[in-house]
Design a protein around this ligand. Structure first.
Ligand SMILES: [Zn+2]
Length: 279
């Protein structure tokens, strides 16, 4: 095995293990942020009997499997969602790092920043699903992560600073108008802020693709949920999160595909040729 192969293997194992540990912390965020409980002070405890969780039962994924999904003190069922969130974060980190050529420092930075945004999106997804609320600190975190992405990652993404800045407004402003016009019934302010932060990270093309995916998946799932549960409660945040995540991974390819399918590419090429002729 050459040194590069070893580097990749070590890196991927580290990224996955790091991902599931962060996933464990995301569970704490998902359950404690809505009830304003401190993220750091109190130890984790069983939701049924309140018994503190033993140190050796804090290993992500492994502990839940060893305990067969039950509290060691009272035997109450521990939701498999804790493990799903941990595994999801680990797998997403791994996918991000595998899709980027992490030998180049810029791509490594880009992969790390996308991973951090994905963790925030997982929190948005589950919190909004549970409570119909998007926590603004989590959205602010995405906006902060977007700044180094905007300043240093152009060589990895091909998205320039101008596109990042316009991206912050191109979807969020129409959503803001929709939200204000409907007195936050059609769209919450949380969704508006989320698309501003996501747009700053992704740039114009990425945020448009994210919105398109959110609208498509949201309307399909919304109809299914409405028929299945006859509940009209609907959180849009989960679909926006999925849209932003897919755009961050494959935005470039999806954009090119869309251009080709709609013939936009040809029109743009022709107008570019025309402009060249006129000059
Ligand atoms: Zn218990």
């Amino acid at each position: 095995m050459d040194i590069i192969t070893v580097y990749y293997i070590v890196m991927y194992v580290f990224v996955f293990l790091f991902g599931i540990c962060i996933g464990s912390f995301l569970n704490v965020c998902i359950y404690r942020l809505p009830i304003n409980e401190s993220l750091t002070k109190k130890n984790s405890h069983c939701m049924t009997c309140g018994t503190p969780i033993r140190k050796r039962d804090l290993i992500p994924i492994v502990s839940w499997c060893c305990l067969r999904g039950k509290c060691h003190a009272c035997g109450a069922r521990i939701s498999p969602r804790y493990t799903v969130v941990e595994a999801l974060n680990g797998v997403l980190y791994l996918v991000v790092f595998m899709l980027n050529d992490i030998v180049s420092p810029v791509r490594l930075l880009h992969a790390a920043l996308v991973s951090l945004m994905f963790s925030a999106l997982i929190v948005v997804f589950f919190m909004d699903w549970d409570t119909q609320l998007i926590n603004l600190y989590v959205v602010l975190f995405i906006a902060i992560v977007a700044i180094p992405e905007m300043l240093f990652c152009e060589r990895a993404t091909g998205v320039d600073i101008r596109s990042h800045i316009i991206g912050a407004f191109v979807v969020s402003i129409p959503l803001l108008i929709l939200s204000k016009a409907s007195h936050e019934k059609a769209m919450g302010m949380g969704d508006v802020y989320l698309m501003a932060a996501g747009g700053l990270f992704l740039g114009i093309q990425g945020v448009l693709i994210a919105m398109l995916i959110a609208l498509l998946s949201g309307s399909v799932c919304g109809i299914i949920i409405k028929y299945a549960t006859s509940s009209s409660k609907f959180a849009f945040g989960p679909y926006l999160s999925i849209g932003i995540a897919i755009a961050a991974l494959w935005g470039g390819q999806l954009g090119d595909l869309y251009m080709r399918l709609t013939g936009l590419e040809e029109i743009l090429n022709e107008s570019a040729e025309m402009a060249m002729l006129l000059m």
